[in-house]
Design a protein around this ligand. Structure first.
Ligand code: DP6
Length: 355
């Protein structure tokens, strides 16, 4: 990235909102600079969104300074420190950041303490804001494809999975030789022609098994993959599952798709349990719900499958056409197993939006 050194608009405001995403093929294990050990696939959610507004002045006489950071109208020093660190990291690509005086405010639509990871939404929104600042400051317009590719690259440096939050539809991050354009440095959107229409409007009903803070963070979990005894097999499995799910998505094959996503979810948690030290993030009600979902599927023949991220909560994945039957099942059989009967109705969203 070339820095002209002249700031045409040294003062301004940028504002983006960006969603969380749910991985179907899991990113688990990484190399330095948040490069993934294996490719992953996800889609963004509609309702779990963070908006970030940055007011900035570039003053060449001063070093970078975060003058304030608010989350939902309250100062949040813990997150401010993370953001400071992140902006410092991005300043090697955007030299104007070295002299930026910034005021950041953010709003989250995430249900309070639902145990849903918000870092992908936060870092993607931040990365989009910084890329927009770059355009405004230098009075330039980047073609959309290039803009989102750059934003994805920058979001990755904040949190790996965040690089998948800047696109709508099905999104792949990580190089595989069977997917043209795929890369470890940024995510790409699967072309619409590769995804059967049965997967548009895909639903994600999130069943809260526990909203407690996890005992082992994702970053610590990734690190435990370094010396994991199943590391090489896991890599192979992820590449293989990605190849298969790509076929399932193209053919509109829900059964194959569903079997792969459940296999990925249970494999992820098996990797956690067989790490050294091993740990368990699923709760007893996670397992009870998973079993109920499998029985319901067997009894009704409906396309309803589950996935899990690095936590105990079930993400129920199914087509919009079955919403009524599935929601009846959710309310009668699964909600009683949720913590405080808490669940969230979500679905595939349209990706980030400039405000
Ligand atoms: C299980 O992206 O949160 O959700 O790169 O350390 O920030 P860092 O990790 P993070 O890991 C996400 C792990 C996962 C799977 C996935 O989203 O692909």
């Amino acid at each position: 990235m070339i820095e002209p050194g002249k700031y045409l608009n040294p003062e301004g405001i940028v504002h983006w909102k960006s969603p969380a995403n749910i991985a179907l093929i899991k990113y688990w294990g990484k190399y330095p600079e948040q490069l993934p050990m294996n490719p992953s696939l996800s889609f963004v959610l509609n309702n779990s969104v963070i908006s970030i507004k940055i007011e900035y002045v570039i003053d060449k006489g001063k070093p970078m300074q975060l003058l304030g950071f608010q989350l939902n109208e309250k100062e949040n020093p813990a997150f401010a420190e993370k953001i400071n660190h992140y902006l410092d990291r991005l300043s090697q690509y955007f030299l104007f950041l070295k002299h930026a005086q910034l005021k950041i405010s953010s709003k989250s639509t995430f249900p309070h303490s639902a145990g849903i990871a918000s870092s992908a939404a936060a870092f993607s929104a931040l990365a989009l804001c910084i890329c927009s600042m770059d355009e405004q400051i230098h009075d330039k317009k980047t073609p959309a494809l290039e803009f989102f590719k750059k934003a994805s690259f920058m979001a990755r440096l904040g949190s790996g999975s965040a690089c998948r939050s800047v696109f709508d539809g099905m999104v792949v991050w990580g190089f595989t030789n069977f997917m043209p354009g795929s890369a470890d440095e940024y995510a790409i959107k699967l072309p619409g022609s590769m995804v059967h229409k049965t997967f548009s409007n895909i639903q994600d009903t999130i069943l809260i098994a526990s909203s407690e803070t996890k005992k082992v963070s994702s970053s610590a979990g990734h690190a435990l993959m370094h010396n994991h005894p199943y590391r090489e097999n896991r890599k192979e499995q992820a590449f293989d599952n990605l190849k298969k799910i790509t076929h399932a998505l193209g053919e509109g094959n829900w059964k194959m798709f569903g079997e792969i996503i459940e296999n990925e979810a249970l494999s992820l948690h098996s990797l956690m349990m067989s790490s050294n030290p091993g740990y368990i993030l699923m709760r007893p009600n996670t397992i009870s719900m998973a079993e109920k979902i499998r029985s319901f599927r067997k009894d009704t023949g409906l396309n309803v499958y589950f996935t899990l991220d690095a936590g105990p909560n079930i993400h129920l994945i199914y087509p919009a056409t079955q919403k009524e039957e599935v929601q009846n099942f959710v309310e009668s059989e699964l909600v009683p197993l949720c913590e405080n009967q808490k669940w969230i109705d979500d679905q595939m969203g349209n990706g980030p939006e400039k405000i």
